[in-house]
Ligand binder design. Structure first.
Ligand code: PMP
Length: 400
């Protein structure tokens, strides 16, 4: 059989990194690679109890459900959103199979091949994969520590007649960066009058270490849920568990209706069982107290990795302390290629993600992402020793 795959698959690039990381499976590798939450803090009993409550209610949760999502869950999420100054009704909201699906559905209904989306450079790898597979032109906007630079944003909005700007303004993946309020407003003020939609991806907003931080969702700054320039998506993957694959997307009801049609075509609806369990969990479990616990623990883990990165042996590396989220973004000396370094790292028994694939354009090979949430604190030191050994082996090879 000769398989001729669709044009869509031409944009689905396989990555060298995935191949290297496959080598880590089944070996005792300390992985700073995945964007994984800490299993030790999964609320196992609460999730179990939530499912038991659902099953005790009978067979309803085993039936097909609404494409829009389980209404009591949508109502509960609306109440949670109100606490972030996002005032929306359930008809502004669609439950998705993770926020990943929200990015995919919005791409399907809003972007055609040849359209341009502007992104931070670097940005979330799996969003780039969606855009690229859809034949969309992806253009990176220059940024500093506070977010996209307004001048470059304006120039690129005009030059490319962009339709969408995709951003993760609060503790980005991979950079850990958080945008200032001014830059959030500047983005909104640049996009809305030009009829350019903003996709605000916010999986990490609750994982913040600075309770005083002024990080309003861009959606909350728009204040026009019925003529809305922002589509906002978030998820329970980082605050409850990723396995429930439950996220949500909110926006103007015209956009949500179109995305609902696309979702119907994609998977009819997200798991009824998982949605009902989440609703039970939100009703009977103090999720905010749980979020406070994981914030404190993740901050502790971040501080531990920061202390190690600050040691003299890593003096050549450049990084910023993240104010939340799950990642350190590290710049190596210019001459070091992080993908080649990963080969050495895997030999030494440690893994990370080289930065190259996070770039929409002009990739910087001397960058890498370290996850600080997943590895138990007692193993982080061993992992960082191995990273130092990998840097040493790389230097030896370069000399030899
Ligand atoms: N957006 C970003 C920036 C992410 O880092 C992730 C998870 N890696 C997602 C979206 C998707 O998360 P999920 O589908 O689990 O909600």
């Amino acid at each position: 059989m000769h398989y001729v795959f669709s044009k869509y698959t031409e944009g689905l690039r396989s990555s060298a990194v995935r191949d290297i990381l496959k080598l880590t499976q089944g070996r005792s590798i300390i992985s700073f690679a995945g964007g994984l939450p800490a299993e030790d803090f999964f609320p196992l009993e609460a999730v179990q109890e939530a499912f038991e409550r659902v099953f005790r209610q009978g067979k309803g949760a085993l039936q097909y459900g609404l494409t829009e999502g389980y209404t009591p869950l949508r109502e509960a999420i609306c109440r949670r959103m109100a606490a972030k100054a996002i005032e929306v009704r359930p008809d502004h909201m669609l439950i998705t199979t993770g926020s990943q699906q929200a990015i995919d559905l919005l791409t399907r209904v809003f972007l055609s091949p040849g359209d341009t989306v502007l992104v931070e450079n670097p940005t979330y790898l799996a969003a780039l994969q969606i855009f690229q597979a859809s034949g969309v032109q992806v253009v990176g906007v220059e940024a500093d520590g506070d977010g996209m630079l307004p001048d470059d944003l304006l120039a690129k909005l005009e030059r490319h007649a962009a339709k969408l700007v995709y951003v993760t303004p609060t503790f980005a993946n991979p950079t850990g960066k958080v945008w200032s309020r001014e830059r959030r407003l500047a983005l909104l003020e640049a996009c809305k009058p030009r009829n350019v939609l903003i996709l605000e991806d916010d999986p990490y907003g609750d994982i913040r270490f600075d309770p005083e931080g002024d990080y309003p969702p861009i959606f909350s700054l728009d204040r026009h849920p019925d003529d809305c320039g922002v589509v906002y998506t978030s998820t329970f993957s980082k605050t409850v568990v990723p396995a429930l694959r439950t996220g949500w997307v909110i926006g103007d009801s015209r956009v949500i209706q179109m995305m609902t049609r696309a979702k119907q075509a994609a998977d009819l609806h997200s798991s009824t069982l998982d949605q009902q369990a989440l609703h039970q969990l939100l009703t009977h479990f103090d999720l905010d107290a749980h979020i406070r616990i994981i914030r404190a623990e993740y901050e502790r883990r971040m501080q531990r990795m920061k202390a190690l990165l600050s040691e003299a042996r890593f003096a050549d590396l450049r990084w910023r302390e993240p104010a939340g989220g799950m990642f350190f973004w590290v710049e190596l000396p210019e001459a070091i290629d992080a993908t080649a370094l990963l080969q050495h790292a895997v030999q030494q028994g440690v893994a990370f993600v080289p930065g190259r694939d996070f770039y929409a354009e002009q990739p910087r090979a001397n960058t890498l992402r370290l996850n600080f949430t997943h590895t138990p604190p007692e193993l982080v030191g061993v992992g960082m020793d191995r990273l130092a050994a990998a840097l040493e082996a790389y230097a030896q090879e370069a000399i030899g």
